[in-house]
Design a protein around this ligand. Structure first.
Ligand code: GDP
Ligand code: MG
Length: 437
């Protein structure tokens, strides 16, 4: 992966006392190769590494950091700059704000439309209307309806109408009548760039004059993603890019190159199929991810979004009074699950992404534990000390588990409680706001 390659390039610098022309040259060459292999176009990779070299040579190496660390920092800053520097917000002033979604078939438009509606509803206090303007596949309407139901957002469709422009216009009329503040128009895509599709989206654009046109692209398609972006931008002059399928260890090439090529900001990144896994695109964080530095900021934000102050205080109090029980434990598990896919979450921790990339860590990991807790009586859950040998047997049976599984889980839970107790004795501060330690 790109981050692994860059890491090994930086390792060459280890132990060097200062940055010299010679060792910068070889590191920079390695960075360039790693970027090209990650599908970054050669010219961009060269421009970028030229800048990195210039900066590195101009820099004094402070004793506190190694030349390798300094190169990582310089590279991170340059990568972030290449991706736009700062985040780009959606333009949401118009009422209703009309957002047109465009991109190839399978890029994730419909999924993103659902995620965006959910994001605008829950984070921006908007009342969105989703519009099914994919007139070619009847299943597309149902897909959007299912998404709309999950997030409690209305979906506009006209199953009999084969005119995407009319559907979009009618939807906006309805939105105005019903007080919807955002209209998200999900359009049809083709497997490859195709004139009929382009003309159709362009016609919708001309008719409804959207406030935002978001181009959705599958980040796993590398250099193709960049070419497609260019074609769509030439025709639609879109206002922003959405990178989908950025889950796990996707190559960073698309994120790095698209901004530079079309000079339009990446506004969102989509990771996974859960509807609450849409993130605003932060160039700095993406640069950190590409370099394998993890993305702690996003992780903490996800945690904060799921974990409200009141719950945190209640939990803190229970921990302080040594009253942490199985009900609390189960609540914690549920919070973590709501934050998104476990593997994606762990990958945001610096250094962990690489270590777990081949492991099968699914949300099923929690299932056994949840079954065990569910098999307890309310009295047992709130008073773990009650659980003796015969109760353990009964719990195991109810959960469809072996007694050893229950014993092991009880042991872990007890260790956790002991740790909490000893932290309380130390008078540890700062438990607030963090789910489970
Ligand atoms: P559309 O044809 O552009 O509307 O694409 P869809 O929204 O129907 O998505 C195509 C496929 O990609 C579906 O199976 C989605 O579940 C999947 N998908 C969409 N977004 C993501 C994502 O961010 N990550 C992953 N892993 N899959 C995604
Ligand atoms: Mg679709």
């Amino acid at each position: 992966s790109l981050s692994e390659r860059l890491e090994s390039a930086f390792k060459q610098l280890k132990g060097e006392g200062r940055i010299s022309e010679i060792n910068v040259a070889s590191t920079v060459k390695e960075i360039r190769r790693a970027l090209v292999d990650a599908d970054v176009n050669y010219k961009i990779a060269k421009d970028l590494t030229d800048k990195i070299r210039e900066k590195a040579l101009g820099e004094k190496v402070l004793t506190a950091i190694s030349p390798g660390q300094l190169m990582v920092k310089i590279t991170k800053d340059e990568l972030a700059e290449l991706m736009g520097g700062t985040e780009a917000e959606l333009e949401l002033k118009a009422n209703p704000t009309v957002i047109l979604i465009a991109g190839l078939q399978g890029s994730g438009k419909t999924t993103f439309s659902g995620k965006l509606a959910n994001f605008l509803k829950t984070k921006k206090n908007k009342k969105p209307l989703l519009v099914a303007a994919d007139i070619y596949r009847p299943a597309a309407i149902d897909q959007l309806k299912v998404l709309g139901e999950q997030i409690g957002v209305e979906v506009y469709s006209e199953p009999e109408n084969k005119n995407a422009v009319q559907i979009a216009e009618n939807a906006i009329k309805q939105a105005k009548a019903n007080g919807n503040t955002v209209v998200i128009i999900d359009t049809a895509g083709r497997l490859a760039v195709d004139e009929v599709m382009m003309a159709e989206v362009a016609n919708v654009k001309a008719a409804v004059k959207p406030n935002e046109i978001l181009f959705v692209v599958d980040s796993m398609t590398g250099q193709d993603a960049v070419n497609t972006a260019k074609t769509f931008n030439d025709r639609l002059d879109f206002s922003g890019v959405v990178l989908t399928k950025l889950d796990g260890d996707t190559r960073g090439g698309a994120a790095l190159t698209i901004r530079y090529t079309v000079d339009k900001p990446i506004k969102f990144v989509s990771m996974g199929e859960k509807l609450d896994t849409l993130d605003v695109f932060y160039p700095e964080r993406m640069a950190q991810r590409i370099l394998g530095m993890g993305d702690i900021t996003t992780l903490v934000e996800r945690a904060q979004a799921q974990f409200n102050e009141e719950q945190a205080k209640k939990l803190e109090k229970k921990i302080r009074q040594n009253q942490f029980d199985f009900d609390d434990f189960r609540e914690q598990l549920q919070q973590i699950k709501k934050m998104g896919n476990l593997k994606d979450l762990m990958a945001m921790i610096p250094g962990v992404g690489k270590a777990i990339k081949d492991l099968d860590i699914s949300d099923d990991a929690f299932k056994g534990i949840e079954a065990i807790i569910s098999s307890m009586t309310p009295a047992e859950r709130s008073n773990p000390d009650l659980i003796d040998g015969s109760r353990r047997k009964r719990i195991a049976k109810g959960a469809g588990k072996d007694i050893q599984d229950v014993n092991q889980f009880m042991k872990q839970f007890e260790q956790m409680r002991q740790m909490m107790k000893s932290m309380n004795k130390l008078g540890g501060k700062g438990m607030r706001g963090m789910p489970m330690r």
